[in-house]
Every structure is written in C-alpha cells, then in structure tokens.
Design a protein around this ligand. Structure first.
Ligand code: 2AM
Ligand code: CA
Length: 269
C-alpha cells in the first residue's frame, strides 16, 4: 500500500483494526438473518464498536482534534481547524440484510477543507484513498474516472429517498426523468461512499443523491476529485459540510446530468 501521509496512515490503521471485528460481525449477521430475533440490535452494536475503535485510534494520535461521527456526534467541537469525519458502517441496511455492499468511510479536513479520504470495503478488501494533490488509489493502483462522454451511454448510481423525506415524490420523479435519458438502468446499491468510490475508479460514470449526511460523502469527495472527477452540490448553502444534495461525475457528463436535474426544478434542499 503506497500510504506515506501521516493522516492516511492513522485512517488506515484505525480502519483495519475496526474491520477485523466488522468482518467477523458480518459473518454473524448472515447467521442471525435466518433466526427469528433478527440481527437489528447486533448490527447497532457492531456500528458503535467500529466507531469506538476508529475514534480511539484517531484520538490516540491527535487528542485535541475534532471528530464528527454518525453515532457519537461531535467530539472536541472547539477545534475548528482539524476535524475527522467518520461513518463507521455506510450501507447499514445492506449490512443488516447480509448484503456485502458496505464500507467504513473516514475523511479528514483542515479549516473546513477535505484533505484526505479513505473508504474501505472490508468484504471485497477494496481500499480507496486519496490525499489532496497526490491522486486517488484503489489498493496499490492509481485510479481515474471514466472517459464516457455522453449521458445516454453512461452508467449512473443514485440512492434514497429516505423514508422520512418530505420531497419523496420529487425524488422519485427525478429518478424517472433521468432514467429516460440513459440506456442502462440506474443502479441503487445502498452505500453512498462506495457509489462515490465507484465514480472515482470508473465503474460508474456518475452518481447523484439528495438528502445525504456529511459523513456519507466527506471521504468520497476528495477521492473523486483526486481521480479527476467533479463533485458538485445542488444546495444553495455555502458551508460545504452542510450541503446534502450531491452530484459526482467523471466531469465529462457533468453538465448534461446537472442540466437534467436542474430542469426538474426541485427547489427544496
Ligand atoms: P447509512 O447506510 O450509513 O445510513 C443509501 O442510499 C445511502 O444513503 C447510504 O450511504 C446511507 O447511509 C445513506 N443515508 C443517509 N441517511 C439515510 C437515511 N435516513 N435513510 C437511508 N439512507 C440514508
Ligand atoms: Ca452513511
């Protein structure tokens, strides 16, 4: 693994330590899946433990750094300069249903700018990572976005809407409209971080999703950018970490996809 940045090193160590347990837990979920009790509580404790291990490793190296994590919320909130953003299991519903499509996602930002990102799919043993200015990698290889030039031939991914969404119908409508403009049916794999990683390595030509959380996408944004892609938000919000509606593409199809989304005129962000 060509990791020679201190921040990526910490991410890698933390992630691998947590992944060992997570892989074991996933095996257990496969058993619980067929039991009458179901794996619900077990999964939430796997989530919490993964998070705990990662937070401990980060704080061991950088005790005063800020952390934003899906379950634990904010730690060292007064540190506005250095912040780590963690999603311990991105793709929780997949994990819960014993579907091997989930990831640990960790981002690191300085002064609100994402500098490093790491997304690890423990079941496929795929590690995506990037650091500003140094390119994006999948395991030992440099990755690049695809060269697809038009939307019609593109493979797109999306996700949602969440059950509580107030713009559910608009989101469904948007899905239908974009579907009409692509040959291959749009994929919905249920893990936003891995969807972004898929754009970065050229499996997807583009991905968009509304109403995401910052921990879903923090690591993915730098990985897509460093792979030569384009990350954009549909929100009017200025603060990057508060933007929730994302479009990430190989850059070549970006305008076409964005025009189509904007045409839909979904105003509510
Ligand atoms: P999660 O698995 O960590 O909840 C699924 O489309 C993608 O959207 C996943 O990355 C999922 O993250 C994310 N997501 C965020 N909030 C969600 C919600 N309330 N319901 C469903 N998916 C959500
Ligand atoms: Ca998530």
């Amino acid at each position: 693994m060509r990791i020679n940045s201190p921040k990526l090193n910490i991410m890698y160590k933390a992630c691998m330590k947590a992944a060992k347990f997570l892989i074991r837990d996933f095996g257990e979920v496969e058993n619980l899946q067929v039991s009458s009790k179901g794996p619900g509580d077990f999964v939430s404790s796997a989530d919490t433990r993964t998070e705990k291990i990662i937070i401990e490793e980060i704080l061991r190296a950088y005790p005063d750094h800020g952390i934003l994590s899906e379950e634990a919320g904010n730690i060292n909130q007064k540190n506005k300069t250095n912040r780590w953003i963690i999603d311990p299991i991105d793709g929780t519903s997949n994990f819960l249903n014993a579907i091997p499509q989930f990831a640990i996602s960790i981002g690191y930002e300085e002064n609100n700018q994402i500098k490093n990102g790491l997304i690890y799919d423990p079941i496929k043993n795929e590690l995506f990572f990037a650091e500003t200015g140094n390119g994006a990698f999948l395991n030992n290889s440099r990755i690049r976005v695809s060269k697809k030039k038009n939307l019609r031939n593109s493979l797109l991914g999306t996700g949602g809407p969440r059950s509580s969404s107030k713009i559910k119908n608009d989101i469904f409508h948007e899905f239908v409209e974009i579907s009409k403009n692509v040959e291959t049916p749009i994929r919905k794999y249920g893990s936003a971080s891995l969807d972004m990683a898929s754009v970065a390595c050229g499996r997807f030509d583009g991905f968009w999703q509304r109403e995401l959380s910052y921990w879903d996408i923090a690591a993915g944004t730098i990985i897509v950018k460093e792979a030569g892609g384009f990350v954009d938000f549909l929100d009017k919000e200025v603060d990057e970490s508060k933007k929730r509606n994302l479009v990430a593409t190989n850059s070549l199809i970006h305008k076409e996809l964005l025009d189509l989304i904007n045409k839909k005129n979904i105003e509510k962000n």
